[in-house]
Structures are given as structure tokens and as C-alpha cells.
Design a binder for this molecule. Sequence first.
Ligand SMILES: NC(=O)c1ccc[n+]([C@@H]2O[C@H](COP(=O)([O-])OP(=O)(O)OC[C@H]3O[C@@H](n4cnc5c(N)ncnc54)[C@H](O)[C@@H]3O)[C@@H](O)[C@H]2O)c1
Ligand SMILES: [Zn+2]
Ligand SMILES: [Zn+2]
Length: 397
Amino acid sequence: MRALTWHGTHDVRVDTVDDPEIINPRDAILKITSTAICGSDLHLYDGVIPGVLPGDVLGHEFMGEVVETGSDSTLKKGQRVVVPFTISCGGCFHCQIKQFSACENSNPVEKQDMSATLYGHPMAALFGYSHLTGGYSGGQAEYVRVPFSDVGPIVIPDHLEDEKVLFLSDILPTGWMGAENAEIQPDDTVAVWGCGPVGLFAIQSAIVMGASKVIAIDHYTHRLELAKQLGAEIIDFHKTDVREALMEMSGGFGCDAVIDAVGMEAHGFAIDNMIDIAKQKVGIGADRASALKQAILAVRPGGRVSIPGVYGGMTDKFPLGALMEKGLQVRSGQTHVQRYTKDLLEKIEDGTLDTTFLISHRLPLEDAARGYKCFREEQDNWTKVILKPGMERGPAA
Ligand SMILES: NC(=O)c1ccc[n+]([C@@H]2O[C@H](COP(=O)([O-])OP(=O)(O)OC[C@H]3O[C@@H](n4cnc5c(N)ncnc54)[C@H](O)[C@@H]3O)[C@@H](O)[C@H]2O)c1
Ligand SMILES: [Zn+2]
Ligand SMILES: [Zn+2]
């Protein structure tokens, strides 16, 4: 089959690789109908996540048609399903308490050492996201093997087209959990760093949850415009001093809750960020946490800090004093996708959530490498890229 494979920093290619096969009785095989490129994929593309090997098939946001099932799968051939990016067994302690992204059984024992050393405990497995998280082949491909297919996949009614539901795989629940972790109350002022897909869905979720004011921060005009259309007030961090603006917009009080939807590759020319960029370039694993640091200073004492943005290693000059002295609450994590899919599918169906406003490009899978390059280098206009296996390549491709 054809699949998008990683070969090194800024080098991804669509290659012919082996078709996936059923390995365990709970597996299913999907024929992919739609898959997307995520901001998290850019961390792999930029080479800042360890444990990715040449030839690895990427992609953790996908949906498709069930074409083969193991003897213990509960899926049926022909069903259309969306698959959570977190691979979870459903039976371990963490899955039982709905902390699906902390599943103890999905990351094979022989792959656990690296994350156990880094984090004190091994990570759960994720699709297409390095050998730190199991080394499973991802879904930017014609076919994918789905382990524990009786737990994760959600069956989609025929009347809902792919583009409405594809983001149940990751960014919609991620934005939702980002807002939920901010424990939003009706009178709250909430600030969201990053107007990428995750930030935009966090903004939409915060508004649905009743925040009275949501402030979006980025430096891309079009992305900020999308945030504005959702009902947010906006700050361009290249033009405005973010801290001053937030104090003013929150009546001199500070934000009640802050959401970091940027993660480990923050942009900007603040001195600490420039040092972190240099360190990341020479392979001294340093997360660029300048958005998070700004958020911690901007939130009011006793406020809440939610971190859906991905971090992988260590970071320097972290404002631990502000965190402690202001008595902040912090919540974070890879999304417990399986916890949210059913409710969010209902919110898509009843029109509470709009899931298509951010899609900017649809490309054939064969053009996936171009999709990565443009999603990284022309972020403002390439807000979200969907890849479709089998789609005709246009003349421009
Ligand atoms: N927790 C999870 O399970 C989960 C799931 C999906 C994605 N993520 C993470 O969420 C983050 C966002 O994902 P995305 O798909 O929206 O990515 P993206 O790269 O499309 O968007 C990131 C946005 O942040 C903006 N930004 C950069 N530096 C900033 C700064 N200093 N202040 C304000 N804005 C800044 C960028 O301009 C960009 O618009 C990534 O780190 C991604 O890995 C986490
Ligand atoms: Zn993702
Ligand atoms: Zn589990």
C-alpha cells in the first residue's frame, strides 16, 4: 500500500510499504477514507520528538471503512469509524477510570524503557508517533491496523460526511479537554495561546461552556480572524504586549483561566525563546515553553492553567515561583479521546459544534509531503490539511 513515511527532519515521503495484517484477535483493518495532518506531526517533522525511525508511517488522525476484523473485534466489515489517536486497552486501571491516554497495556514492554526513564512511567501507545509511544504505524496511509478495535473506534452514521467527524480522532476532543481542564465558570475571562486547530477548538469549547470572555493570542492574521469569528477577542503578539493587553482586557485582574495550545515549538523573539530555539537546533532537548511561561504570569492568583500543547522533555527558566506563590492549578495530558467521542459526536450532530470551519486544504495522500511542508511554512493560510487516499492529483500537484 501507499503511506506517508518519515525519513528525517523535514523529509517525509509517500512510499510503498507492506499492507497491515491482523495480529491480535481484537484488531481490525481499516481502509482509510480521510486523514489529517496535526500540529503534533510537525514536532515529528521538525525532528524534536525522539524515537522516530526512518520508514515509520505517520498519522494519528484518521477514519475509514472496516475491511477486516479479528475474531474478538466488535466491529463489522463495511462500518465507517473514526479512531482515537490514543491506543487504549479498555481494561487496565487507567482505562477503567477513563484515563485512556495513560493505558498501561498498549505500549509494548520492549518499547517502554525510553519513556519510563524520561517520565518515571511508560507512556501509553499512540498511532504513528515514534517508538516512545509504541512504534505503531499511523493512518496517513491507504490502510491501517487498529489494535483494541472493540474499545476505541466510534461508528459513524451514514448521513455524516467524513469532514464533519474526522476531528473526533484528536483535535476536537483535545480542544474540548483543554477547555474542560481550565474548569470554565460562566463569568470567566479565559485566554488561549495558539490559534491552530487545537486552540480554535479550545476557544469554541470555552464559549460553549459559557466563558463570558475568551481572548485568543497568535501572530497569524487569518488564524486570529477565525478565532474572532468564533466570538473571541484577539491579540497579535507581534504587535501588542501580551501581558499588558491581558491585564487591561481582564479589568486589571488577570485571566481566570489560561490555555496553552502552542506546545514545545513556541514562536517569538523573546530572549528565552531564542536560547531555546538554539538549544533545540543542536539537539539539546529543550522544550520552547515561552507561551506557557507567559500564560503562568498572566493568570490571576488562584487561577487555572490548562496545557493541551505537547511538551516532550525539559525546559529552562520555568516560573515555578509564580506557579506556587499564586496558588495555580495545572492540568495537562495527551487527550483521553475515548472519554469524549460519544458526547462530541452528539454535539456535532445537533449543531452545537462546528467542525469544518478550519479546513483549508484537501490533498491526495500522494501529495502528503507537500501538505507537511505548507502546513509548516505557510501556517497562516494552511490551517488544517485533509489527505484523501485515491483522490485525483490536480494539475497544481
Ligand atoms: N494534548 C494532546 O493530546 C494534543 C493533541 C493534539 C495536538 N496537541 C498539541 O497542541 C499544540 C497545537 O496543535 P495545533 O494542531 O493547533 O498546532 P499548530 O502548529 O497548527 O498551531 C500552533 C499555533 O500556535 C501559535 N503560536 C506559536 N507560538 C506562539 C506564542 N508564543 N504565543 C501564541 N501563539 C503562538 C502558532 O502561530 C500556531 O498558530 C501542539 O503542541 C500539538 O502537539 C496536543
Ligand atoms: Zn493530532
Ligand atoms: Zn488500558
